[in-house]
Each structure stands twice: as structure tokens, then as C-alpha cells.
Write a protein that binds this ligand. Structure first.
Ligand code: CDP
Length: 345
């Protein structure tokens, strides 16, 4: 109260001692602390900040309103009490209490305005991209070698979270298809890059892209920096959709989405992958032996891992999911656990 009085005196007649007077310093420091407290609380828990701000402002308004009414009463009907000559102790008590409450009300109001200002300053601050990402979007990057089960896991996760899903392998398969359709050799980087630039995403559902020949051809054009660069934007745009996305491939966690919220590296032994891929071919009525499938998988693993640009490798922060002994349901359940654990941290 004394501080408040000194503060008001200094406002009326500022002088050099005012600057260091505790009567001025204390309210200034207190107000600054409240600005900080408002900013901190608003950053941590904006809902609680709003509740406190509105209760605080209303509370101090009520105190002020009460004291102003009582003070007005004294000024109008009992000026003796104002002059320090109250008729009774009760009247005196009321007068002093009203003066005290007036001081508390003004100080509280200034404090609450400081508190609100703190929260407002934090609100004005642009959220960092990672907070924005974690709050509203979910980008999941799934990498791994051929037939490791990453495509199945990716599709089921995307369905589970209601996210769009991109099998990026199809892009390379389609580039190889278009390159050959244009009459160029698969090894012709200029032609393959031109095909990648002209790629029509609407043609990715072509069933011919699923066969082993397309996979093998894809791994040839996928080695070319020009092809990879031409496909980069499309993949990044896909990943930047409002709610996020699930992408599977070889370089999603390392190159395409290095800031993905969750990164998984899905793998399995070459023999198990060949067994699965062989079953898929049989189901489609394709006549190809297990040994040929295994040889194809080994050749592609070698090509994808040994290439200079965006080789097949797990991102440093990816979690490995070995599906060798897991069926599709178990692999999906394990992937959900990985995502849940990652989102908790
Ligand atoms: O389905 P599978 O795992 O057998 O192959 P895919 O994902 O359709 O990919 C076919 C080929 O495209 C791979 O062998 C890679 O050479 C290449 N690829 C790539 O380099 N980068 C990606 N993000 C996806 C596929």
C-alpha cells in the first residue's frame, strides 16, 4: 500500500529519487514478473491462462468497483471521515478498508493487464514448425528393402490414421515404364530424367507396374540423380498435405522427409522376403520360380544399397521393425506401437 502511494506520488511529481525508490521499483518489478508469468502460462497451457486472466480481471474490477462506491459514499455523505475525523471506529474502518481496496484494485488491474500482455506477446510469436507439425499433422516415413512388408504396413497405418499414402516405388517403376515406352534405353539418364519430369501421377495405378520386371527396371533409373531430383518435389508436396501423410520407399526418412514425425525401417531376411514376393506372383498367376525371385531381390538390394545417391539405409532416428517372423497383423500392431511410443515423447 505504501509502495502504491509512493508510486502515485512519483507519478504526480517525478524526481530522481523516484527511480530507485522501492515504492516505484516494487510495482514495476511486480508488473514485469506478471508479464513473464502470463507469457509462461500462456505458452504452457493457454486454456488455464485464459481462465486466470478473465478471473483476475473480473476480480480486480469488482474490488475496484466496491471501493469506488464506498469512497464515493464517503466523499458525498461523510466528508469528515475523508478528512480523518470519522464519527465512529466503524466508519473509520470502512474508510481505511475502502482506501486499501482501491489501492489493491488498481495494483491488481495493472498486474492483470501485465499478465494479459505476457500472454498476448506469446500468442503473437509464430509457432515453430516442429510444434505446428506435432500439433496438427502426422508425417510417417517408412523405408526398407524390397518385399519387407513396408507397403502393407504403410497402407494399414494410413487407413488407421485417415492419412493419404504414397508408395514412392511406383514413381520409379512408372519412370522406367515411360522411358521404355518412349523408345529409350533404361540406362539413358537424359531420357529417364525427361520421363521423370513428365510423369503423370494418374498413371500410377497401372497394374503392370507391380511385376518383377518393372521393379528391376525401377532400380536402374532410381540410381540416377536427375530422376531422383525430378521426383523430389512431387513427394515433398505429397508429404506436406494439411493433415500429413504416410510415404514408403528407400529414402523417405533420409532425403524426402528428414523431419518426419515417425520414421520406421521395415526389414526382413532376403529369404523370407523372397518367399512373400513369390506368393504374390503366384497369386497373380505369374510364372516365376522362388530362386529367381530371391535372385531379383538380392540384386535390387545390392543396387539400392550401393548407389551413390539416396541409397537404401535407415535414417539415424528411424526405428527398425524386423518383420521376418511377423504376419501382416502382427507387423501392423508393432508399427502402431512404434508410432504411439514416438508420439508420446
Ligand atoms: O515393392 P518393392 O519394395 O519391391 O519395390 P518398390 O518399393 O516398388 O521400389 C522399386 C525400386 O524403386 C526399388 O528397388 C528402388 O530401386 C527404387 N526406389 C527408390 O530408389 N526409392 C524409393 N523411395 C522407392 C523405390
Amino acid at each position: 500500500m505504501l509502495n502504491f502511494v509512493t508510486f502515485m506520488e512519483c507519478l504526480n511529481a517525478p524526481n530522481s529519487t523516484c527511480m530507485t525508490s522501492p515504492g516505484v521499483l516494487a510495482p514495476v518489478v511486480l508488473t514485469l514478473m506478471l508479464v513473464g508469468a502470463g507469457a509462461l502460462l500462456a505458452r504452457r497451457d493457454r486454456k488455464r491462462f485464459r481462465v486466470l486472466r478473465s478471473r483476475g480481471i473480473w476480480g480486480t474490477f469488482l474490488i475496484l468497483a466496491y471501493s469506488v462506491i464506498v469512497l464515493a459514499y464517503f466523499f458525498l455523505f461523510s466528508p469528515d471521515a475523508v478528512m480523518g475525523a470519522a464519527q465512529s471506529d466503524i466508519e473509520n474502518g470502512f474508510w481505511i478498508t475502502a482506501v486499501l481496496l482501491y489501492g489493491i484494485g488498481i495494483a491488481g488491474l495493472v498486474g492483470m493487464l501485465g499478465f494479459a500482455l505476457g500472454g498476448w506477446l506469446v500468442k503473437k510469436k509464430k509457432p515453430t514448425s516442429s510444434t505446428a507439425t506435432m500439433a496438427n499433422r502426422l508425417v510417417i516415413a517408412i523405408d526398407g528393402p524390397a518385399a519387407s512388408g513396408k507397403g502393407t504396413v504403410a497402407k494399414r497405418i494410413a487407413q488407421h490414421y485417415g492419412l493419404p499414402c504414397l508408395d514412392t516405388g511406383l514413381l520409379y517403376r512408372a519412370v522406367a515404364r515411360d522411358c521404355v515406352a518412349n523408345g529409350a534405353a533404361l540406362e539413358d539418364e537424359v531420357a529417364a530424367t525427361a520421363a521423370a519430369r513428365a510423369l503423370d501421377a494418374a498413371t500410377l495405378d497401372d497394374p503392370n507396374l507391380r511385376g518383377p520386371a518393372a521393379g528391376d527396371a525401377a532400380s536402374i533409373v532410381a540410381k540416377m540423380p536427375g530422376v531422383r531430383a525430378a521426383l523430389l518435389d512431387y513427394q515433398r508436396r505429397f508429404a506436406s498435405q494439411p493433415g500429413g501423410a504416410v510415404l514408403d520407399g528407400r529414402d523417405i526418412g533420409t532425403v524426402i522427409c528428414p523431419n518426419a514425425d515417425v520414421k520406421m525401417f521395415v526389414t526382413a531376411t532376403a529369404e523370407e522376403r523372397a518367399r512373400r514376393r513369390h506368393l504374390e506372383h503366384q497369386a497373380r498367376g505369374e510364372d516365376i520360380s522362388y530362386d529367381m525371385v530371391l535372385a531379383d531381390i538380392r540384386r535390387r538390394d545390392e543396387r539400392d544399397s550401393a548407389r551413390n545417391v539416396a541409397p537404401l539405409e535407415a535414417a539415424a532416428d528411424a526405428i527398425t521393425l524386423d518383420t521376418t517372423t511377423l504376419n501382416a497383423d502382427a507387423a501392423f500392431a508393432a508399427a502402431l506401437e512404434i508410432i504411439a511410443a514416438k508420439r508420446k515423447t
